[in-house]
Ligand binder design. Structure first.
Ligand SMILES: [Zn+2]
Ligand SMILES: [Zn+2]
Length: 276
């Protein structure tokens, strides 16, 4: 039997999510029969990472809130002891050229972090500054596609960054997994098509890197909730291949509000019932 674990969730410390009390998320998880629940908020980002100040404010908490978040998550862990196992985590970003920023967060808080979801949310834009891959389809077209010229080039750069992210993650001392590995497909139906062959080639190359680095995958179902995606961010064949290689595969709802908790679990459970 697979452990009923939601390994990727957000809190009121997320400014593009909900301000709902954490108890609403966790009570929902308990109601749905979850045994473990990882709180994995976006940590602060380097000042000015994204040039649009309004967008930047939405992406992550300001630096002074990180200690408050850590207290909040640990308080929930204590409060729910005996009912559900809460693990304290973060969804760290792969920040090309600014890896030290992330290292510093790990150095300071690593001893209290049980789970890291490590995600690629940004690609360099025309001026070298970071651009979000998952903001809106229009933004993707204007800020990323126009810069790279073709989807193929943008997608290749994305997976190059995922590969580098695996190298970084493999050195982390706690449990870690790559967040929503196919996030680049979020707006697939609204953008020029991405070749299936390209995705398969890139993901096949990634499997041994995950296995060697002992880095898991976040089997993220949030894509099911996105109209232009309509599927989990982890293809079924890739999930099966990871299981075959002994790579840790952890379900993640990526809940940004309480009603998201556990969404898509049935799909995940069905995949895990198949023989590895
Ligand atoms: Zn988020
Ligand atoms: Zn994410």
């Amino acid at each position: 039997m697979v452990l009923k674990w939601d390994g990727h969730t957000h809190t009121r410390f997320c400014y593009h999510g909900s301000d709902a009390a954490e108890e609403l998320y966790i009570d929902r998880a308990i109601e749905l029969g979850f045994q473990r629940y990882t709180i994995s908020e976006h940590p602060p980002l380097p000042a000015g990472l994204v040039d649009d100040p309004a967008l930047f404010r939405e992406l992550a908490m300001p630096p002074e809130e990180l200690p408050l978040y850590m207290e909040y998550a640990k308080a929930m862990k204590r409060k729910y002891e005996g009912q559900i196992e809460i693990t304290v985590g973060l969804e760290l970003d792969y920040l090309p050229g600014q890896l030290d920023f992330t290292k510093q967060i790990v150095d300071q808080w690593g001893h209290e972090l049980e789970d890291i979801v490590y995600s690629v949310h940004y690609l360099p834009g025309a001026d070298g500054g970071a651009r979000c891959v998952d903001f809106t389809a229009d933004y993707f077209r204007e800020q990323i596609l126009s810069c790279y010229g073709t989807m193929e080039k943008a997608v290749d750069t994305y997976y190059d960054h995922v590969e580098s992210a695996i190298v970084f993650a493999s050195a982390l001392p706690m449990r870690k997994r790559i967040g929503h590995i196919n996030l680049i497909e979020k707006f697939a139906d609204a953008l020029p098509p991405i070749g299936e062959g390209q995705i398969r080639r890139r993901l096949e190359r990634i499997i041994p890197l995950l296995a060697q680095g002992k880095v898991g995958i976040d089997v993220n179902t949030a894509g099911l909730r996105v109209a232009t995606c309509g599927k989990p961010y982890v293809p079924e064949w890739f999930l099966a291949a990871c299981r075959e290689q002994g790579i840790e595969t952890v379900y993640g709802s990526d809940a940004h509000k309480p009603e998201h908790v556990g969404a898509g679990w049935e799909w995940f459970e069905e995949q895990m019932r198949k023989k590895a």
